[in-house]
Design a protein around this ligand. Structure first.
Ligand SMILES: Nc1nc2c(c(=O)[nH]1)N[C@H]1C(S)=C(S)[C@@H](COP(=O)(O)O)O[C@H]1N2
Ligand SMILES: [Mo]
Length: 366
């Protein structure tokens, strides 16, 4: 069954919504229970929330977005004016770069996300390209910086002493992947998801999709801000083996098992419908394999959604559960059009981020 119609029909009915897992109360960090993966689009009130600071409450009448920096005609635009511009609508999956962190051993610091710091919505807004065209982007431009209204004290060492606001840059040639969004699944963006306006960067980890957006600045030199280097960075080694700090960007190809859940009890000899999702960034996920015997044999799953860049594809697999009782280890493995696939172990260069290895879900057959 491939569901691809209007947003409303893709959203699960309210009775399937069973609430969140609280990762932090203030600022609000809520994990969506990934085992509730039943619809292509995640309902707005089930979409995971990842905020570094208390959500700012912005007034739609006073709100203004400024586009400046290396442009010919800097300008400021109101919320109403943005709504009146030609709009674009498309789905995008947001995954927090720390999703799955709780599975790392030894345990690391940071929000202890299980599998549910990933969700998909259909976003509506103005294309970043249209705004940049209006401003007349300088030919020397290399990055676009998004600045936001939320401020506070970040947690990842080394910590800057003063108040820090959230900001993140993106390579200028990625501007076409960005929607400056004011609607989420056809509704006004909820406060916790960035009201009135947020960037949605298709194919990138969630940190790139800046919420409560106030400024778009065109830069002629790479941005080295806190959220680009200290936090949301990783180590890349040059040819002389020198570790270089780089900013995280595109989502690595990944799949995850939504059901069964860890240690779920499954009747021996029964038929069990395994479900999950797989996603990547600028390539299509073309294959997901599943093992129910800890990697001895792999079988192909069936996709439920069409391939789209930066959007998950749900999948299912009918498991003929063995008669033999005991524990079984399930793993899924996604591969994209370029042959990128999930590694067997976490890549330590990414620290507590980019957790896309084929982690095991252990179930009990009895
Ligand atoms: N202004 C601002 N934007 C932000 C953040 C934030 O703390 N402040 N968190 C980022 C991170 S780390 C993620 S994963 C996504 C989460 O978006 P969501 O809360 O709508 O799921 O927002 C990103 N944008
Ligand atoms: Mo994140």
């Amino acid at each position: 069954m491939i569901e691809q119609s209007a947003a409303t029909s893709l959203v699960a009915p309210p009775e399937t919504q069973i609430g969140f897992i609280v990762r932090e109360r203030d600022p609000l960090n809520l994990e969506w229970p990934f085992d509730q993966l039943d619809s292509f689009l995640t309902p707005n009130d089930q979409f995971y929330i990842r905020s570094h600071f208390t959500a700012p409450v912005l007034d739609r009448h006073d709100y203004k977005l400024t586009i400046g920096g290396a442009v010919e005609r800097p300008f400021t635009i109101s919320y109403e004016e943005l709504l009146a511009m030609p709009s674009v609508t498309r789905p995008a999956t947001l995954e927090c770069a720390g999703n799955g962190r709780v599975f790392l051993s030894p345990q690391v610091k940071g929000a202890q996300w299980q599998l549910g710091a990933v969700s998909t919505a259909e976003w509506t807004g103005v294309s970043l390209t249209a705004l940049l065209e209006r401003a007349g982007i300088n030919s020397e431009a290399c990055e676009i910086l998004f600045e936001a209204a939320d401020t506070g004290k970040p947690k990842e060492e080394p910590i800057p002493p003063g108040e820090t606001s959230y900001s993140r840059s993106l390579a200028a040639d990625k501007a076409g992947d960005v929607i400056i969004a004011y609607a989420m699944n056809g509704e006004e963006i909820p406060i916790d998801h960035g009201f009135p306006l947020r960037a949605v960067v298709s194919g990138h980890y969630g940190m790139a999709s800046v919420k409560w957006l106030t400024h778009i600045r065109v830069l002629t030199e790479p941005y080295k801000g806190y959220w680009q280097t200290s936090d949301y960075g990783y180590w890349e080694y040059d040819e002389n083996n020198n570790p270089m700090r780089r900013a995280l960007g595109q989502m690595a190809v990944k799949s995850a098992i939504a059901r069964p859940r860890t240690r779920e009890l499954i009747p021996a000899g029964s038929g069990y419908r395994v479900i999950g999702a797989a996603w990547g960034s600028n390539t299509h996920v073309v294959k997901v394999e599943l093992t129910t015997d800890d990697g001895k044999t792999w079988q192909l799953v069936r996709f439920l959604d069409e391939p789209q860049y930066g959007v998950w594809r749900r999948w299912e697999f009918d498991w003929q559960v063995p008669q033999e009782k005991g524990t079984y280890m399930l793993r899924s493995r996604a591969t994209d059009t370029e042959g990128n696939t999930q590694p067997e172990a976490h890549d330590k260069r990414f620290g507590s981020y980019v957790i896309h290895y084929t982690l095991g879900i252990e179930v009990v057959v009895r």
